[in-house]
Design a protein. Structure first.
Length: 211
């Protein structure tokens, strides 16, 4: 049974937009640390640290909300793909949720599911991929994975930092991570809107044909 993903897609788009904004604000603090390490380090340890902590909490909470809504949307479009072209789906719809929680495997299995859902949602699921057809999807996934890796690396460097030089090194890696995460957020919006539009058009065509 087909289910409309439009509402979820809108919610994901809004949340991703908020995430990107908060990422840019966090990136600003990292850039400040690189531009004036001593002043920034003193601020981090002083009164301003409260505001930074609040920004960090807001970023974390919004990130959780975005992840939850995105996974729900992802599961829905995977269910629809099972209606459009069931033979093209190599994993059950449950994988559209569970794959995100498997360490390491979550770096490639969701992307494979996304590709299969994309192909099932286009007009001819069995047609070969067009030139640059998967560019947005692949670019989003690449930026997402690189951003996650850099975020974890910078977090580890921050935990181990005991000198100003170590702190600025962590900030540099963190800033690079934010750049990829921002790019991933923008590309994710394009991916979500495009795939949702494809499924809406295909469902409308099926309904018209059934009449």
């Amino acid at each position: 049974m087909l289910r409309n993903p439009n509402g979820l897609a809108t919610a994901v788009t809004v949340l991703l937009g908020v995430d990107v904004l908060l990422c840019l604000l966090n990136a600003g603090t990292e850039a400040w640390l690189l531009a004036d390490p001593l002043a920034a380090a003193e601020a981090f340890a002083g009164i301003e640290a409260g505001g930074l902590a609040l920004l960090t909490v807001a970023f974390a909470l919004t990130g959780i909300a975005t992840a939850v809504v995105f996974v729900i949307w992802f599961h829905r479009v995977r269910q629809n793909a099972g209606v459009f072209a069931p033979d093209s789906q190599t994993r059950s719809a449950g994988w559209a949720v569970g794959a995100w929680f498997i360490p390491l495997a979550n770096l490639w299995i969701p992307r494979q599911i996304a590709v299969e859902v994309w192909r099932a949602s286009r007009r001819d699921p069995s047609a070969p991929d067009g030139a640059r057809e998967l560019t947005v999807l692949n670019s989003w996934w690449t930026c997402f994975v690189v951003g996650v890796v850099l975020d974890r690396l910078s977090g580890s460097l921050y935990d181990q930092a005991e000198t100003l030089d170590a702190l600025t090194t962590a900030a540099a890696w963190s800033l690079a991570g934010y750049a990829f995460i921002v790019a991933a957020g923008v590309l994710a919006v394009l991916f979500v809107r495009r795939l949702t539009s494809m499924q809406h058009a295909k469902a409308t065509g099926m309904l018209s044909a059934a009449r």
